[in-house]
Design a protein around this ligand. Sequence first.
Ligand SMILES: Cc1ncc(COP(=O)(O)O)c(C=O)c1O
Length: 446
Amino acid sequence: MTTPATASTRVRPFHRSPEHAYPMIVRGEGVWLWDDQGRRYLDAASGALVSNLGHGRADIAEVAARQARELDFVHGSQFTSPALHELAERLVPFAPPGHWRFFATSGGSEATESAIKLVRQVQVERGQGQRDIIVTRSRSYHGASLGGLAASGMGARKALYAPLLREEAFAKVPPPDPTADAHHDARALEALFDRVGAERIAAVMLEPVIGAAAPGLAPSAGTYEALRALCDHHGVLLVFDEVMSGLGRTGRNFALEHWGAVPDAIIVGKGLGAGYAPLGGVLVGEELVAAIAQGSGSFVHGFTYAGHPVSAAVGAKVLHVLVEEDLVAAAASAGERLQRELRAMAAMHPEVHDVRGFGLLIGLILGAPGEARPLRRPGYAGAVNRAALAAGLSVYPGGGGEPDGRGDHLLIGPPFSITTTESDELVERLDRALADARCHLATFDG
Ligand SMILES: Cc1ncc(COP(=O)(O)O)c(C=O)c1O
């Protein structure tokens, strides 16, 4: 009989950095993670803004186990399941008012791919086959798959794969300017429509509040209403990618509720499975469903594991918990407090240029160009991340969010269940990590 491999054997997974010694996390509870050495980490990024309900919830684990015992799998080309129906029944009332249907996937990138293919097929079904361009932002992240990556505006994640990406299918508008008036973004989009030809455009796909590419960045009030009107005028579909910002993360059920525009489709992921199962999908407006139902009759797309009963049961339970425990309101108030405390802390760190965000989707912008102390060292966020891990804190580092493609940042987004004591501990550990990383910066700058 063979014994399972352990961390000490030579058989290892292929990690992102194959030779890096990743901490071996063996347990999670609430905002805390424990490694096999007994060290405790405060998960200030909920993984990658995934574990919205916190770690280690037995009630969700039990739902998953029960579902696996009852019905493990059916393929979506032949069957459906009660778990998938229950997920849709809970998700639709959680979404903005509208006639939605839910198309399930196993994560955010699959969901983005699905939305890209959906808008293309809908336009073809409507006799608009010439519409072969999707407009996205030059600062955005929509997924690691080749379609999602081509749609994204995040140089560092794309450069290596540029020859494989069909870039011309994704026309890019500049990132939003929160200091500009409501029509600034709409004017930029209108200029792009004119340049590309509005009749060529199938859809505009945006993160209402930007996540990994420029954390917490969003346009001013009224902008999305203006975009909606522009899209309607030109027969262009509007899609919001709420993989990161959705499911309560910004203190509203969906980030789009901070504005007054409802899109034709909403992409979800991350917080829907909340880390307990791989799950994502697209809320699709009934008009889009009708275009396919009354046209060719089927969406030419699907993933084998889409609508997996265990993931669906977990998603339905996550929605139940979000509502029962009033966790979206908790995210709003915890976010307000944490942002206030982070701003107070940032005042003591001249390299923190800005703290911005919505609810518990918070960006710490490190020394943007033009400031008194610009950081010219890409990778500074990585140095803060290492110092944070040493201080028992997990954050989400990134870069390239500034309009010129420079800049370093941290994404902070703890579970919604974070207590005030834990929130203070997060700020205190981050304060220490920034101070430690500043010593490295001094070394860099000689
Ligand atoms: C806005 C957005 N869309 C799509 C994705 C891709 O999701 P996943 O990594 O789950 O495939 C992400 C992931 O960070 C995201 O933030």
